[in-house]
Design a protein around this ligand. Structure first.
Ligand code: PLP
Length: 401
């Protein structure tokens, strides 16, 4: 008999974004040109001065395990950056550096949740949240939001979802997959409910530097002096500095949580990569022009994508305030016929779009929201142009039943 799989991993859904990009890669290996809008990863290479810091770290012999929760210089730099950028004062002892923000989230849930605890997750949500919460034995409670509300959970929806088992709210601001951002008033209303009900918040702020137009990012615990004790902030270098492969993320949390997450990490991974930590230190403390340049490129792409969606008959999207995605509505095409086949859901839509037009996207169902498709605009403008020309051709081929 072969080795059996644990119940907890049996129940795990594989990452749909990575699955779509694997399908796209398979088609590429068959010689097809693929317009890949499926992955949430900046197309830029890591800026040169950051790469050089990694090389220098290796040459200087920083190739060993580090302090489990991260090198002191990096923890200090992380705390200082949040203080300068958002006015949030944390001692470095509140910082835990991990192998990417995804790992940070996993540590947070394992450290704070007990089986049956409920975590409120507004949908559409980033694919990994529900699965990571379930891995800790807790229960994600999904709150659907509407495109007409710009995919924001209202205070009333939040309050109604609270039960005696609710422990935590998970906020992703700016949002993957919708690009939505909560403003100060909306966050304050949410914060008041959190405080009134003695809840905790995990605030995923990984897209804090990818914010467009007049939108202004507000870090959740800055809204009320009581919030730092009730909030765990998650962030990292992946999106801001195009450093997904370096795997550095971190948390700010109350000190007793930081201590326990460090202990957990000591058993899991010993420490984050020493080389990547030195590179991340340079990213945070070195020149920030690279961030401004990447934001300028993303602003052009975001404007272009919003224009194309508005021009294509039957597609809509909400305001693109931050992050690197458009989450567009395809409901006008569901139930219609394409090449003799009825397309009933976003998964079928995305698979046909990929096989017929070579454009890779991700189905909304993977984000807990059927009837939508997520496209990343982390690709160059000419690729976006070709991809959206193809999407326009694709939807024009649908016929009514
Ligand atoms: C909302 C959100 N949080 C966290 C992460 C994980 O980032 P990292 O690459 O640092 O693990 C991602 C990556 O796509 C993300 O979109």
């Amino acid at each position: 008999m072969s080795i059996t799989i644990s119940r907890i991993v049996q129940g795990l859904e594989p990452s749909a974004t990575l699955a779509m990009s694997a399908k796209a890669k398979e088609l590429k290996s068959q010689g097809k040109t693929i317009y890949d809008l499926s992955v949430g990863e900046l197309d830029f290479v890591t800026p040169q001065h950051i790469c050089e810091a990694g090389t220098a770290a290796m040459k200087s012999g920083y190739t060993k395990y580090t302090i489990v929760s991260g090198i002191p210089e990096l923890k200090k730099a992380i705390a200082e950056k949040y203080k300068i950028d958002y006015g949030l004062e944390y001692d470095p002892s509140h910082v835990v550096v991990s192998n990417g923000a995804k790992h940070s989230l996993h540590n947070v849930f394992l450290t704070t949740l007990n089986p049956d605890d409920e975590v409120i997750v507004p949908a559409p949500y980033w694919v990994s949240y529900a699965e990571l919460i379930k891995l800790s034995g807790a229960v994600p409670v999904i709150i659907p939001t509407e495109e007409s509300q710009n995919f924001k959970m209202t205070a009333a929806q939040f309050e109604q979802a609270i039960t005696p088992k609710t422990k935590m709210l998970l906020l992703c601001n700016p949002s993957n997959p919708t690009g939505t951002m909560y403003n100060t008033n909306e966050l304050t209303e949410i914060a008041n409910i959190v405080l009134k009900n003695n809840l905790f918040v995990v605030s995923d702020e990984i897209y804090d530097k990818l914010v467009y137009g007049n939108n202004r990012f507000v870090s959740f615990p800055t809204l009320n002096p009581e919030l730092p004790e009730r909030t765990i902030v998650v962030n990292g270098v992946s999106k801001t500095y195009a450093m997904t492969g370096w795997r550095i993320g971190w948390t700010f949390s109350p000190e007793h949580i930081a201590k326990k997450m460090g202990e957990l990490q000591s058993q899991e991974t010993s420490s984050p990569s020493s080389i990547s930590q030195y590179a991340a230190l340079t990213a945070l403390t070195g020149p920030q022009d690279c961030v401004t340049e990447m934001l300028a490129a993303f602003t052009k792409r975001r404007n272009y994508v919003a224009k194309r969606i508005a021009e294509i008959d039957g597609l809509t999207c909400s305001e693109l305030s931050g992050a690197i995605y458009v989450f567009f509505n395809i409901k006008n095409y569901l139930g219609k016929i394409l090449g003799g086949v009825r397309i009933d859901n976003s998964e079928q839509f995305c698979l046909e779009l990929l096989t017929q037009k070579q454009v890779a996207t991700v189905m909304g169902s993977a984000f807990g929201c059927e009837g939508y498709v997520r496209a990343s605009f982390a690709v160059e403008l000419d690729i976006l142009k070709e991809a959206f020309d193809r999407i326009a051709e694709f939807v024009a081929e649908f016929v009514n039943v």
